[in-house]
Design a protein around this ligand. Structure first.
Ligand SMILES: Cc1cc2nc3c(=O)[nH]c(=O)nc-3n(C[C@H](O)[C@H](O)[C@H](O)COP(=O)(O)OP(=O)(O)OC[C@H]3O[C@@H](n4cnc5c(N)ncnc54)[C@H](O)[C@@H]3O)c2cc1C
Length: 524
């Protein structure tokens, strides 16, 4: 017999080896010895009150054994001689499109401008230590895309739970911890992601697909509203039948190329701001009600999620990384972009988060109208250049103490930071356009009211957090093809169809069914 239960246990019970078992037995009015085992389906922490509780959704097995975890099988076929589908970009969208090709009997040929995960590390070191950005290999470009050297947070607002679960199972199949199937806020961590990504590549190669690194697509030839060939940076040309464009939101050369060829694009609203960094112990103290003392060892480094309306503009936390690092996420020299990542244990001493505000492409960018569909992109680019100049014309970033930013004062000194290229004190409050700087300053004040202790001089704000989502939309029809180019399938975050690792992977995976004329509901 299997009984489904929702259990709430406190920190003391969580710390005991049989805490959950005893609680389940108590709720069922049984002896613990009568229970064969417990399978945890979901786990979350409720820290809203001083008495912290752990919520569990479990199946309790009585007089029957708990089944072994299934080994998540995927029906991969030998596609070495199958019809090819060309996929540009090997981020989450491109990777899951390639895996789905193999399930459906098509041969994925992946073209990725960046390097494999191992070789990519050297280029990350060069950004952090020598301030040199390789325009093909950086925190956004390379095997696994922007998702590899990230926090690996797997949150998504998608309501298609079955599809989300399938992505998680696939990650576990490729080496991620099965804890992600249970945690309410699952994450993998930047130290574990490269191996998972590499295993995905090996699956693709094993079943006859192709993955070509250091292969940047630079142009394509159109004939009768179809792409008939694509040109590569290395001078080669490939004939193509169907092309999935999964190049991410940082591939500006692709947006320029499409625009130059008069392929329809639309400017897209997006969000921009700064990254704020606190000592993790301050965030723990606020969230776990233990100010001045270390958090209980059973508790993970605390996260937060904040939102505030300021003059009809949303200001909110984005991609919060407990126990993480701020990283230089520029994709070209001459710009500074910050983002966050963290290791699986989230054991660094800082907590960082993007704090951003909405930029409405229709209402806020009048001075950029002449750029047409690229107006939001040009705006984003200008602010990244401004951050580069303010940061000392290197990858060091402009920084300010949080309280100075809000009060409008240049900081005479900055707090310690996890941002390896270093910080330069700069008046971000006056450098950022008012619609961003002004909104954030009010937003931070309000956050300080909601989380007492958050508004502190011990935090730095660092600029600029500009790559939150794509500033351009590449349109597509109901059947997922571009309205003007019948064999081009824009996909993932670059086209404006995803906002994170999971949603990009889902878009890559589910799009395939259309491409080969399946209906979406038959795809899973
Ligand atoms: C530091 C950092 C941390 C992040 N943390 C998280 C997180 O914790 N959770 C989360 O959900 N999201 C996170 N994100 C966002 C997430 O990584 C992206 O939403 C996701 O990777 C988008 O997937 P994608 O496949 O659409 O595009 P991308 O991941 O951007 O992949 C696009 C790929 O296309 C390649 N490409 C571009 N142009 C060309 C070309 N011309 N020819 C060939 N190849 C090309 C690029 O090299 C790249 O590998 C983070 C991003 C960064 C930068």
């Amino acid at each position: 017999m299997i009984k489904a239960l929702q259990l709430r246990i406190n920190l003391h019970e969580e710390g005991k080896p049989d805490g959950l078992l005893n609680k389940a037995a108590y709720d069922l009015g049984m002896k613990p010895s009568e229970i064969s085992g417990i399978k945890i389906l979901r786990k979350s922490i409720d820290a809203r009150k001083r008495r912290i509780m752990f919520n569990y959704k479990v199946d309790v097995y009585i007089n029957e054994p708990v089944p072994e975890t299934s080994d998540y099988t995927f029906d991969y076929k030998d596609v070495s001689k199958a019809k090819p589908i060309h996929i540009i970009g090997f981020g989450p969208a491109g990777m899951w499109a390639a895996l789905r090709c193999i399930e459906l009997g098509f041969k994925p040929i992946v073209l990725e401008r960046g390097k494999n995960v191992q070789d990519r590390r050297r280029d990350l070191k060069a950004i952090n230590q020598d301030h040199i950005v390789n325009e093909d290999s950086n925190y956004c470009f390379g095997e696994g895309g922007a998702g590899t050297y990230s926090d690996g947070k797997l949150y998504t607002r998608s309501l298609k739970r079955g599809d989300v679960r399938r992505i998680f199972e696939n990650l576990v199949f490729h080496g991620a911890t099965d804890q992600i199937l249970v945690d309410a806020h699952p994450h993998i961590g930047t130290n574990k992601l490269p191996k998972v990504v590499q295993n995905i590549r090996e699956t693709i190669l094993e079943f006859g697909g192709e993955v070509h690194f250091e292969t940047r697509v630079t142009d394509f030839t159109l004939k009768d509203n179809k792409i008939v060939a694509i040109q590569l940076k290395n001078g080669n040309e490939l004939e193509v039948e169907k092309v999935i464009l999964a190049t991410g939101h940082s591939a500006r050369d692709i947006f320029y190329l499409l625009n130059h060829k008069n392929v329809a694009l639309k400017a897209k609203s997006f969000a921009m701001g700064v990254r704020v960094e606190h000592p993790q112990e301050i965030i723990d103290g606020i969230q776990y009600h233990c100010k001045g003392e270390p958090r209980d060892e059973l508790l993970p480094p605390a996260a937060y999620s904040l939102v505030q309306q300021v003059n009809n503009r949303g200001v909110y936390s984005f991609c919060m990384c407990p126990g993480g690092f701020i990283v230089p996420a520029a994709t070209a020299n001459g710009e500074v972009v910050v983002n966050g990542m963290s290791p699986s244990k989230r054991n660094n001493k800082f907590a960082n988060s993007g704090i951003v505000t909405e930029i409405n492409a229709d209402k806020d960018l009048h001075k950029y109208e002449h750029f047409g569909a690229l107006k939001a992109l040009e705006y984003q680019k200008d602010l990244e250049r401004l951050a580069f100049t303010a940061g000392g014309r290197r990858q060091s970033a402009p920084g300010q103490r949080l309280t100075d930013f809000v009060e409008g004062k240049l900081s005479s000194s900055l707090n310690e930071t996890s941002y390896q290229p270093g910080l330069k004190s700069a008046p971000l409050h006056s450098l950022l356009p008012k619609m961003i700087g002004g909104s954030l300053r009010k937003g931070f004040k309000a956050f300080g009211e909601k989380m007492k202790g958050y508004y502190t001089e011990e935090a730095n704000v660092i600029g600029v957090e500009s790559r939150t989502s794509s500033p351009v939309n590449i349109p597509r029809t109901e059947t997922l093809e571009h309205p003007e180019i019948s064999n081009l399938y824009p996909c993932g975050e670059g086209g404006g169809y995803a906002g994170g690792i999971v949603s990009a992977a889902m878009d890559g995976r589910s799009g395939l069914c259309w491409i080969i004329n399946y209906r979406p509901f038959r795809s899973f």
